[in-house]
Design a protein around this ligand. Structure first.
Ligand code: APR
Ligand code: PHB
Length: 397
């Protein structure tokens, strides 16, 4: 058995865990990151790809923004389509801010490379990770690694192990309240080897169901289709996928997505979830371990970054000035922004999807809402300021 000590034990090497570890190192605080999957798996997992301007700033300030600057695609607006007619929401004009399209796995790659270059303690392929004494003065993490058992003793544990991790469930039942909404549809997503033929993302509301035209690079398009929650991906041949994408995304001016070889396909479920509080004893939850948003608002990664920003600041205040106030307020501080993003993600989802069996009234109300958002500067500004990202403190600050 190998016993070691660090100030903060971090579970999970997704964007939350990696960014936290890096922010802590910049503040002179030690950490060890324990990850269940391999480095290759973490770096190749295809997820969302829109960075709010605050996330871009955070990457820059942390000194990991060079490749993002070179390869990230700056988007000054999005398009909302309603049954084939496109309407542009000009973020820059309405808010003075924009977003950057840069795949989450690229962010993960940059953070891992930096971590290893800085000599960080990052352990992949850990088995059977468990948390102990989270209520006590000296919590510890147990993990199996290369046939041996590691015991990591720390002052604090950061649970950054995503929705399916063990951190949230290590908190005694009854100490957390779960707020959840599950949507009656999912997204079928593909990555295609096709040069994007539009400059901006197109969110299309269509009678056949929602579709999203997105991209990753000047060579790669990312596209999504609303599908049934339990959709069997094997029932979707490449031809069927392109047929449905054309049916939903073809516009009245004749534009339609360019086809290309499908490199990857999968189904993503849609839910909204928040647990409160984000802290129990010396365990702090961050990112998807504490909250899930439906992908329509492109908020998942950005929320994870906001959480770890607050956690790093709070730990810094504690270690440098012996001030525990920010740590105590961590949950409350994060929850303001989390609920702002939850509201927006739910709203975007409700605005753009087909809800089967919905009352005719709701159908008409949805169309009226779309007409309002695409014709009123005030309504478009409301969408834009939420999409580019509210201040780190949330809507109230
Ligand atoms: N022990 C160690 N690591 C674990 C465990 C475990 N028991 N369970 C899960 N993990 C790892 C996962 O393998 C993953 O690498 O924790 C990491 C969690 O990463 P993410 O799921 O990416 O979560 P997070 O870092 O919070 O990032 C949020 O992910 O789902 C997207 O849209 C979401 O972009 C957002 C981002
Ligand atoms: C993506 O490119 O993967 C993407 C973009 C916007 C979203 C969700 C996903 O709202």
């Amino acid at each position: 058995m190998a016993r070691c000590e660090t100030q903060v034990g971090i579970v999970g090497a997704g964007p939350a865990g990696l960014m936290l570890s890096h922010l802590l190192r910049l503040r002179g605080i030690s950490s060890i990151v324990l990850e269940v999957r391999s480095r290759a798996h973490c770096e190749e997992r295809v997820r969302a790809g829109v960075l709010e301007h605050t996330s871009v700033e955070m990457l820059h300030e942390a000194g990991v923004g060079d490749r993002l600057d070179r390869e990230g695609l700056r988007h000054e607006g999005i398009e909302i389509g309603v049954d084939g007619i496109r309407h542009r929401i000009p973020f820059m004009e309405l808010t003075g801010k924009c977003v950057t399209v840069y795949g989450q796995q690229e962010v993960v790659r940059d953070l891992i490379a930096r971590q290893l270059a800085d000599g960080g303690d990052l352990r992949f392929e850990c088995g059977d990770v468990s948390l102990h004494d989270i209520d006590g003065e000296r919590p510890w993490i147990r993990a199996e690694k290369d046939g041996a058992v590691d015991e990591v003793r720390c002052d604090y544990i950061a649970g950054c192990d995503g929705f399916h991790g063990i951190s949230r469930s290590s908190i005694p039942e009854g100490a957390l309240r779960v707020y959840e909404r599950i949507y009656p549809f999912a997204w079928l997503g593909i990555l295609a080897e096709a040069a994007p033929s539009r400059d901006e993302l197109l969110y299309m509301r269509h009678e056949r169901g929602f579709a999203l035209y997105s991209m990753r690079s000047p060579r790669i398009t990312r596209l999504y289709l609303q599908c049934r929650p339990n959709e069997d991906i094997d029932q979707w041949s490449d031809d069927r996928i392109w047929g449905e994408l054309h049916a939903r995304l073809t516009c009245s001016d004749g534009w339609r997505p360019t086809e290309g070889r499908i490199l990857q396909k999968g189904v993503t479920s849609m839910r909204s979830l928040v647990v409160e509080p984000l802290q129990h004893g010396r365990l702090f939850l961050a990112g998807d371990a504490a909250h899930i948003v439906p992908p329509t608002g492109a908020k998942g990664l950005n929320l994870a970054f906001a959480d770890v920003h607050h956690l790093a600041e709070a730990l810094h205040a504690f270690y440098q000035r012996n001030e525990g106030g920010l740590l105590k307020a961590y949950s409350q501080t994060c929850l303001r922004r989390i609920w702002s993003a939850q509201r927006f993600s739910w709203w975007m989802t409700s605005l753009l999807h087909r809800f089967e069996d919905e009352p005719a009234f709701d159908h008409k109300r949805q169309l009226a809402e779309l007409a309002y958002v695409t014709s009123s500067r005030a309504a478009a500004t409301c969408l834009a300021e939420n999409y580019v990202g509210l201040p780190l403190g949330g809507a109230q600050t």
